[in-house]
Design a protein around this ligand. Structure first.
Ligand code: SAM
Length: 426
């Protein structure tokens, strides 16, 4: 097949991990946004993607009985949600299947997957927005989410996944940033709802300049934001520091550093934390890729001695302070370490009853390799990527661990993302 675009009528065979309908046509594999399995659709083929091609939906010739009206009016344009056009039961089954299929591909029995834990929409306490002002002299700033597969910015008037307080702030930020972003500039704006006010981090490839700094500081004052920070080239500077933002992480107050990793919804965090605490056993626990302590804090509060390790020094320091505030600092040891380059070795793992690990999307193959040779009795693996989790689970199983249960959690409602917790035992 050439890159030349053409109109085709195809059958959608399955729904892929990004929420695209996948068709195997005689011209090659096609990825069709908004199309559902079982549908006959007319599409226009586009550019190459992976082993196939993107195709744009032109007409649903025969709709699926599972097709539903998307509840959000921005669904057609916004890149935030990819699957709102599927009836709710089928949507849950798709999410479940993303995990079951990944495990089956590497030889596990998919029955090891427990029912999907659903979370409510409107629960996101953190989101990343984009502010962009085109170069044209009269152009205004666009503020919102990225459009699908594009750098265009979609101005969302309301959003079903954001916490309502975050949505209220979006409208105010849009007005505020309208004049501040200079022509041609793009700012990435991350906003977190802390317990004591919002925490905003703006990332751009230039310094804010005195006018924007002053305006942002006044905005923080007027809207009672806890903090506004600015990030350029890896350096984070405070623009307005009215109070240190404090977030409850698994029920423990943590001073959160700007831009630190956080579970995006409190409800999903509670579910993950409960599953990890239930899966862990013994008094000596290592929490690798610990972040600010979603698992280390409740494990230590429950009486365990915890070794907490992460590559982000600010996160580890915040965790240690929170453990001290909670009165169980003596049970928590911390280390700042690059676990991809320097995983905990089999020798270092000696003496731990349980190892928890929660790596970024790339997974933790090197760490799983060390664990496979260890005598740690239990491993609890948390992941946001079923494919790398399955790969790491296979390494552990080949080292003698039995995969007892995997629980998928739908933290990012209506997206292709799924979290999971897997429990392994020797
Ligand atoms: C998915 S987050 C999990 C954090 C924490 N468990 C939580 O639930 O809040 C992944 C964590 O891995 C850390 N990380 C990423 N790459 C790393 C590396 N190479 N070595 C150590 N930590 C790393 C990040 O700083 C982040 O805290």
């Amino acid at each position: 097949m050439t890159d030349k675009s053409e109109d085709l009528t195809v059958e959608i065979a399955s729904l892929g991990p990004r929420g695209d309908g996948i068709a195997e046509s005689e011209r090659g594999r096609l990825y069709v946004a908004d199309a559902l399995p079982g549908e006959r659709v007319r599409v226009r083929t586009g550019g190459k993607r992976g082993v196939g091609f993107v195709a744009t939906l032109k007409e649903v010739v025969e709709p699926s009985p599972e097709r539903a009206d998307p509840p959000c009016r921005h669904f057609a344009d916004c890149g935030g949600c990819s699957v709102q056009h599927l009836e709710d039961g089928a949507y849950g089954a798709w999410k479940y299947q993303l995990v079951a299929a990944a495990l089956e591909r590497v030889g596990f029995d998919p029955d090891v997957v427990a029912p999907l834990v659903r979370t409510e929409p409107a629960g996101r306490r953190r989101a990343e927005f984009s502010a962009f002002r085109p170069r044209a002299s009269a152009a205004r700033t666009f503020f919102g989410f990225h459009a699908r597969a594009s750098r265009h910015v979609v101005e969302i008037e309301d959003c079903l996944i954001l916490h309502p307080d975050l949505m209220t702030l979006v409208a105010k930020l849009r007005t505020e940033l309208a004049e501040l972003v200079s022509p041609g500039a793009r700012w990435d704006v991350s906003v977190t709802l802390a317990e004591n006010g919002a925490d905003a981090l703006i990332s751009a490839n230039h310094a804010p300049g005195p006018d924007a700094s002053l305006a942002l500081a006044m905005f923080a004052e007027r809207e009672d934001l806890a903090r506004v920070s600015w990030k350029t080239g890896g350096e984070v500077e405070p623009v307005a520091m009215r109070r240190r933002p404090v977030l409850e992480v698994s029920g423990h107050p943590v001073d959160i550093p700007p831009g630190v990793f956080l579970q995006a919804s409190a409800e999903a965090e509670r579910a993950l934390s409960q599953l990890v605490c239930d899966g862990a056993a013994g008094s000596n626990i290592a929490d690798l890729y610990c972040g600010t302590g979603t698992f280390a804090l409740p494990l230590a509060a429950g009486g365990a001695n915890v070794m907490a390790v992460d590559g982000d020094g600010a996160a580890v320091e915040a965790l240690a302070r929170a453990a001290g505030t909670g009165g169980f600092g003596g049970q928590v040891r911390t280390e700042i370490r690059d676990l991809a380059k320097r995983p905990f070795t089999t020798a270092e793992l000696k003496g731990f009853d349980t190892v928890v690990f929660d790596p970024p999307r790339a997974g933790a193959a090197a760490q799983a390799g060390e664990l496979a040779n260890s005598d740690v009795a239990r491993v609890v693996a948390v992941s946001c990527n079923p494919a790398t989790f399955a790969r790491d689970a296979r390494i552990l199983a080949d080292g003698g661990y039995a995969l007892e249960q995997v629980t998928p959690i739908d933290q990012f409602v209506w997206s292709g993302h799924v979290e999971l917790v897997g429990v392994f035992r020797r």
